[in-house]
Design a protein around this ligand. Structure first.
Ligand code: ADP
Ligand code: MG
Length: 211
């Protein structure tokens, strides 16, 4: 089975909904170690994505993802906006004009997304950022591709890996972004960006459960 362009559009729409529902939770996390705007930033960005999506939702997957990236870049400031934009831009570039993708494509796209975020934000693993949810998910997908797992199972294990990575940010001391200004006091709090990244992958696993 495969993940179609329509499946990708559904994932983005569902994520906009999930972000709206988790707006306060994400902002509360960012209040503890940042400036209390991560939920609001993401919600503003994905509300704009919902407005712009009709212009590209009948195009190929690369075009859909790149248009999401452009919208996020122009509507979300701070650190999170450009980094989320990078996720969608790099994934879109790798997938290109395809109308459907397989598990290996999804793995390659997410790997490129993680590399793009790392290049842009210069964060290393365990710096307490969104990468601490993204990298484990990419690693889990790689194993799933090697083991030839069906798409739904592979997405489930990648979401679970992102969840574990998100929880593992709690004891970490932040070395990047606003949370790093707190130094040792950033430990004991879950990273907001790792949380929204887990939600992104969890939403994919749920949206593509029948792929
Ligand atoms: P801001 O920090 O500008 O207020 P947000 O609150 O929207 O932006 O996003 C904060 C999240 O961005 C953090 O929780 C972290 O996951 C992520 N982040 C910040 N800096 C970096 C970076 N250099 N690399 C990767 N992720 C980062
Ligand atoms: Mg913030």
């Amino acid at each position: 089975m495969a993940i179609s362009r329509d499946d990708v559009v559904t994932w983005i729409k569902n994520y906009a909904q999930v972000i709206n529902e988790n707006n306060e939770m994400l902002t509360d996390l960012d209040r503890e170690i940042g400036d209390a705007d991560h939920g609001a930033n993401m919600n503003r960005g994905f509300k704009a994505v919902m407005t712009k999506l009709p212009a590209s939702e009948d195009k190929d997957i690369g075009t859909v993802l790149k248009s999401v990236a452009m919208t996020l870049l122009s509507t979300v400031g701070g650190a999170g906006g450009p980094l989320y934009s990078t996720i969608f831009m790099e994934a879109g570039k790798v997938i290109g004009p395809k109308m459907e993708i397989g598990l290996a494509d999804w793995y390659t796209a997410l790997q490129a997304a993680a590399t793009g975020v790392a290049n842009r934000g210069k964060a290393l693993p365990n710096d307490k950022t969104m990468l601490d949810a993204l990298y484990p998910a990419v690693d889990a997908l790689k194993r799933a591709v090697d083991e030839n797992l069906p798409i739904p199972e592979a997405l489930q294990v990648s979401a679970e890996a992102a969840h574990a990575g998100m929880l593992a940010t709690i004891p970490l001391v932040a070395h990047k972004g606003r949370a790093s200004y707190l130094g040792e006091r950033s430990a004991g709090h879950q990273d907001p960006g790792a949380t929204s990244t887990f939600l992104l992958l969890d939403t994919a696993a749920k949206a593509w459960a029948d792929c």
